[in-house]
Write a protein that binds this ligand. Structure first.
Ligand SMILES: *Cc1c(COP(=O)(O)O)cnc(C)c1O
Length: 331
């Protein structure tokens, strides 16, 4: 293990993100529900990717890079946060874009994350729908080199072992925050699962702490078996990195039933969950990630899979710009 590579962070985030109790939502649904505000803090509008970029970008800086390249789409939270971090650090960024989500309205590729990326003067490179991301990023990388630059390719969604370590940090914060309230760790942590790094980091962090907390992921991108395999691989990698290889890998809980027709296609239940959270607590979830995850949590409570005596932490992974991009899907 290269300890230095593992400890070094780029300094994108400062303090622990707040952990807040949600009194009104808890009263309506039953269990005590807390929200971990990973939507708060950092540049580019914030969100869960910044935790993952802490070590990935530190690694990029270590390699003396001056241009970050990421695969994304016009409404990518990951790309928007990468561009924000690049601005902060004085690096250039290139977003290799596909229409990963079918345009949902007339302005879909111009509003929300696309608008914020334009304001940050990001370079968006559009590629064909059937083009290979890796190949296209390599091409951009070669161009940068030819012009004397030093490119660094960010892993998809920031979900490699280095990135997922950011969610080991998140577990440390959550456990310390409960401890400061004289409480044991929560029974459940709920997260929207896309590329898998968030959930993998949470699982590894909890295992390292010996906490009994279950991580329930709700897949918004991949089918269940595919994302389970991805998360499982990342967890193994993290166990190696953290030297907890002799611990049994806990069961990986991912449900893809709340994904609906596909990535970025809103569901009725997800929209209802967005409205419930907004009117109960004044917090905004999005149709792509957190709204769907919340619809899963609501279903699990109603069906008794999560009991009213359980204490639940919902990770708010960010994505507020998506609320605007999907302006006409709510009413
Ligand atoms: C990327 C993202 C996720 C998923 O995180 P992964 O680590 O890719 O699984 C969840 N919520 C939001 C808002 C995101 O942008």
């Amino acid at each position: 293990m290269n300890t230095q590579r593992f400890q070094k962070k780029a300094g994108l985030l400062h303090d622990a993100s707040p952990l807040e109790f949600l009194p009104n939502l808890s009263r309506k649904l039953g269990p005590m529900i807390y929200v971990k505000r990973d939507d708060q803090g950092g540049r580019g509008g914030g969100g869960n990717k910044l935790r993952k970029f802490e070590r990935i970008i530190a690694d990029a800086l270590e390699s003396n890079c001056d241009t970050l390249i990421i695969a994304g789409h016009y409404q990518s939270n990951a790309a928007r946060q990468l561009v924000g971090a690049a601005c902060q650090l004085g690096l250039k960024s290139i977003v290799v874009c596909k229409e990963l989500i079918p345009p949902q309205n007339q302005t879909f590729n111009k509003t929300g994350n696309a608008l914020l990326m334009s304001l940050m003067n990001a370079r968006l490179v559009g590629i064909e729908q059937d083009a290979d991301y890796m190949l296209e990023m390599d091409k951009e990388s070669a161009k940068v080199r030819k012009e004397g630059g030093r490119p660094y390719i960010i892993p998809f969604g920031g979900s490699n072992v280095l990135g997922a370590l950011g969610y080991v940090d998140c577990v440390d914060e959550i456990i310390a925050q409960f401890k400061s309230m004289n409480m044991d760790p929560p029974d459940y942590i709920i997260s929207a699962t896309g590329s898998g790094g968030t959930q993998a980091g949470l699982i590894a962090g909890l295992t390292m702490k010996g906490a009994k907390t279950k991580v329930q992921g709700f897949s918004v991108l991949h089918p269940g078996p595919a994302i389970s395999a991805i998360v499982s691989n990342l967890v193994s990698g993290l166990f190696g990195e953290l030297k907890i290889g002799d611990q049994p890998v806990s069961e990986i809980l991912i449900d893809d039933k709340f994904k609906g027709k596909g990535y970025g296609i809103p569901t009725r239940e997800g929209i209802d969950a967005i409205k419930l959270m907004a009117e109960s607590e004044g917090l905004f979830l999005c149709p792509v990630y957190t709204g769907k995850a919340m619809s899963g949590l609501i279903d699990y409570i109603k069906s008794g899979k999560i009991k009213t005596t359980d204490r639940v932490v919902f990770i708010h992974t960010g994505g507020a710009p998506l609320v605007h991009a999907y302006y006409d899907c709510y009413f």
